[in-house]
Design a protein around this ligand. Structure first.
Ligand code: SF4
Length: 323
């Protein structure tokens, strides 16, 4: 199967240009490594509305009407309307992308956990929310994976984001091919990966591909995309991986010795108790798939959902259920 490069939109300060309010750039390992493997689109919304660099910092406040406003305290200027206009135009003209990697907590780019101040008063309290551009991304491209460089230090969030953008890029190739056979092949190879992400979603997508009503290909592809995006939005629990791997194991377990079957059961328990990472379990099953020449399993995206160069077992310490 063709493994195309995803197209990803980055906040420009994530390694592309020193455009932060203080003239700095963010140097993070993962955005840099990811940028080398994807087709990059980047932009800086604050530069886009002409705030210049360096500039006085902005913050998000609640305006008198309850709407979010982008406020520049040092100048006493409100930039919310300009930022909304710019965001809408930029996103309307943006080519199809498979994901957004935005700057965490930025009043413009942040999509989560941005401080939204109750008013312009210096001592105003705040609640978490989305920045102005970040909110526009969520509204304009629902279903497309969005993350920030801070959250990607968490191992499960990183795994899910990378797996999702590469899966959507592979699906875009199917959409381009406009071929039912390519869709059937895509679904077959992603079956265990989709089982990991969402069992319910995987079953629904199977029905879409079966297409018993003989609907036109474009309608099938449209439904498949929306079901796929919904399945990829699920952050799976570790038990979902156990379920997917047990399905894979069922493909050759009868050919194993009792000792090998016991090894599998023990390895699953070690993973369940967080004594080994998921990769050990996946490698064990893949080795058996190789030994038995099980083509179906060897073609499963579950074993390598994104390029090996990005595999990194470091973690922020928030654990495998971290959000
Ligand atoms: S967070 Fe967004 S607006 Fe701020 S410097 Fe980075 S790209 Fe520009």
């Amino acid at each position: 199967m063709e493994s195309p490069r995803p197209r990803v939109f980055f906040s420009r300060c994530l390694g592309f240009e020193p455009c932060r309010w203080n003239g700095e750039i963010i140097n993070e390992d993962l955005p840099r490594r990811l940028a080398a493997l994807v087709d990059v689109v980047h932009d800086c919304p604050e530069m886009g509305i002409g705030l210049g660099c360096p500039r006085d910092p902005v913050r998000v406040i609640r305006g008198a009407d309850g709407e979010r406003e982008l406020w520049q305290p040092a100048k006493g200027l409100a930039h919310g309307a300009a930022m909304r206009r710019w965001s809408e135009a930029r996103l309307a003209g943006l080519e199809e992308v498979d994901g957004f990697l935005l700057k965490s907590r930025s009043p413009s780019c942040g999509w989560k956990d941005v401080k939204i101040y109750a008013s312009a008063r210096p001592d105003a309290g705040s609640a978490p929310g989305a920045g102005i551009f970040g909110a526009a991304v969520l509204a304009a491209r629902p279903g497309i994976p969005v993350e920030d460089e801070g959250r990607l230090r968490n191992f499960p969030l990183r795994e899910n984001f990378l797996g999702a953008i590469w899966t959507l890029a592979r699906f875009r190739a199917v959409e381009r091919a406009r071929d039912m056979g390519a869709l059937v092949d895509f679904h077959s190879r992603h079956k265990l990966y989709l089982l990991l992400r969402s069992q319910k979603g995987m079953r629904a997508l199977g029905k879409t591909v079966a297409n018993p009503e003989r609907r036109p290909l474009d309608a099938v592809l449209r439904d498949y995309r929306s079901g796929l995006e919904a399945a990829l939005a699920v952050l799976p629990r570790y038990t979902s991986l156990i379920n997917a791997i047990q399905h894979a194991f069922g493909g050759f377990s009868d050919s194993l010795s009792p000792e090998e079957r016991a090894l599998f059961v023990n390895t699953v328990e070690e993973y369940r108790d967080e004594r080994i990472p998921a990769s050990v379990l996946l490698r064990l099953v893949k080795a058996w798939a190789l030994r038995f020449g099980n083509r179906y399993l060897l073609e499963q995206i579950l074993f390598d959902p994104y390029p090996l160069e990005l595999v990194d077992i470091t973690d922020s310490g928030k654990g495998r259920e971290g959000r």
